[in-house]
Write a protein that binds this ligand. Structure first.
Ligand SMILES: Cc1cc2nc3c(=O)[nH]c(=O)nc-3n(C[C@H](O)[C@H](O)[C@H](O)COP(=O)(O)OP(=O)(O)OC[C@H]3O[C@@H](n4cnc5c(N)ncnc54)[C@H](O)[C@@H]3O)c2cc1C
Length: 473
């Protein structure tokens, strides 16, 4: 018996799902016929790498995290590991804009918590009162908050307002392009919650975590930095997965417009701009609002929850210069901009410093981020106005007055889900509702992680679950 499975959405989540289905079919000797339907002209979704005049431009993600195993494991299976490169080890500084100047994030600062005293004492980022407030964290009482808590509330009560406004908001808020007052701690940074619950103090828990990981690293000899990227950009990952899909599996320009369950034939009917597909199982690897509109005719409760996950929009602005046009040394990965600074960019990567091969020798590539949940109006600016405001900020913060060689703006409308307070409960309700539809699965960045590695995990898990259910019927 052949299991016909349709995967809707050709971003990394859908690609990982389709790839895993084919892998499992081979491993288990099952006949699995996979069709991957993508509305656009290309696969990859938010991932897109472009080459221009010797520069390598990332439109979306530029790397993935190695602490979570799924992306690395997929690269291994694809034979892509030898193509991965670590971040530049000599330039790991990250800067924070403070009163219009770039200040290095104090050494040992981990997203929202300081772990080293001397760099904290020396930094001009915080006032003396703010520093004192932070260092008393180990003596602060653990608090049992009823239900989920916002990231902002957690950081304020453990470390004080300055850490929230000057570091946690731009660093963590930056990952999700989100408002930390609304962001769920449990859904985004559960490890800090566990630290408070189990060790009573985030700082003490981080110290013992660091000791353990130093011991592990010296035993095993760490191979990768925290973030890695394929040498030729993130597109290599997309191309490597796509090349493993048998011919005819991926259908481009195939926007799914409707789906319905045919009870008599015990199959799904998936309608697309390229015709209809019959399937025994369907994986929707789409932004949740798109899944909601496909599901609402027959699963209104599920659709309501999916529709309730808010999204925000961001743009990346790649700007290329000659080295001699940059008046200061770019010794770091880039800088983040706290919202209280009132500027027109969220962050800026020094792309050609962070990874080798992003710009020709003698040139520099910078990448600014615009928009997000806190500045939606800036995302709506037209290209001309957006370029002007990015250049204005680069001039004011880095002293770059010269006209760039080129500037490439790429927009990601409604691309980043916002895991708001209560998100995990919502996801549990969604999973509960899905039990009524055993031949349907959801994957993507809307549920249990927005990073590439999480998306790969969600796609692979959906493939495994669905195939399991179809084969034990
Ligand atoms: C600017 C930016 C920078 C980022 N940086 C990083 C980073 O450095 N590291 C990291 O780990 N993560 C990063 N992320 C997050 C990560 O890139 C995304 O969460 C991830 O790529 C999402 O993949 P996805 O497949 O779930 O969704 P998407 O990439 O959104 O793919 C969904 C696909 O579904 C298709 N589709 C939509 N509707 C239909 C339909 N009706 N029929 C058929 N197809 C349809 C779309 O065309 C799209 O191709 C970043 C995200 C953005 C936007």
């Amino acid at each position: 018996m052949t299991h016909r499975i349709v995967v809707v959405g050709g971003g990394i989540s859908g690609l990982a799902a389709a790839h895993r289905l084919i892998e499992l079919g081979r491993e288990r000797g099952l006949a699995v016929q996979v069709t991957l339907l993508e509305a656009g002209e290309r696969l990859g979704g938010s991932i897109l790498t472009e080459q221009r005049d010797g520069f390598l431009l990332e439109a979306g993600p530029d790397s993935f995290i190695t602490e979570k195993p799924w992306a690395l494991r997929l690269c291994d299976r694809l034979g892509l590991s030898s193509r991965l490169i670590s971040t530049n080890p000599g330039q790991r500084n990250v800067y924070v804009v403070h009163k219009g100047l770039l200040q290095p994030l104090p050494e040992g600062f981990i997203l929202l918590a300081p772990t080293r005293l001397w760099p904290l004492i020396r930094t001009p980022l915080f006032s003396w009162r703010g520093k004192l407030r932070m260092t008393t964290e180990p003596f602060r009482m653990r608090q049992n908050v009823d239900g989920d808590e916002s990231l902002a509330s957690f950081v304020r009560r453990r470390f004080g307002r300055e850490v929230l406004e000057r570091v946690a908001q731009p660093l963590i808020g930056g990952i999700y392009a989100a408002d930390p007052e609304k962001l769920s701690l449990g859904a985004t940074m559960p490890r800090f919650l566990t630290m408070e619950q189990s060790r009573k103090s985030v700082i003490l828990a981080l110290w013992s975590e660091q000791r353990r990981s130093r011991a592990r690293r010296s035993e095993s000899g760490a191979r990768w930095s925290l973030f890695v990227a394929p040498r030729g950009g993130m597109q290599e990952l997309v191309d490597a997965v796509s090349s493993r899909l048998p011919e005819g599996v991926a259908r481009l320009r195939a926007k799914t417009t409707e789906m319905s369950w045919d009870g008599a034939g015990k199959a799904w009917l998936v309608t697309t701009s390229q015709g209809k597909f019959v399937a025994d199982g369907v994986i929707l690897a789409l932004p949740s609002y798109h899944s909601a509109s496909l599901l609402s005719p027959f699963a209104s409760e599920l659709a309501r929850d999916l529709e309730a996950i808010p999204y925000c929009s961001t743009a990346t602005v790649n700007v290329a210069y000659r080295e001699d046009q940059i008046p200061r040394s770019l010794n770091g990965f880039g800088f983040v901009v706290p919202a209280i600074e009132g500027r027109k960019i969220i962050a800026c990567s020094f792309s050609s410093v962070k990874y080798t091969g992003r710009a020709p020798i003698g040139y520099v590539l910078l990448r600014a981020f615009v928009g997000g949940a806190l500045q939606p109006e800036l995302f709506k600016r037209d290209d001309r106005a957006m370029e002007d405001s990015v250049r204005e900020e680069l001039s004011s913060l880095l002293g770059v007055k010269a006209a760039p060689l080129f500037c490439r703006i790429q927009r990601h409308p409604r691309s980043l889900p916002q895991y708001q307070v209560g998100h995990l409960e919502l996801v549990q309700r969604v999973e509960q509702c899905l039990r009524k539809h055993p031949s349907l699965a959801l994957a993507g960045n809307a549920y249990r992680g927005v990073g590439i590695s999480d998306c790969i995990h969600s796609g692979e898990e959906a493939a495994e679950r669905l195939l399991e259910r179809l084969t034990i019927k």
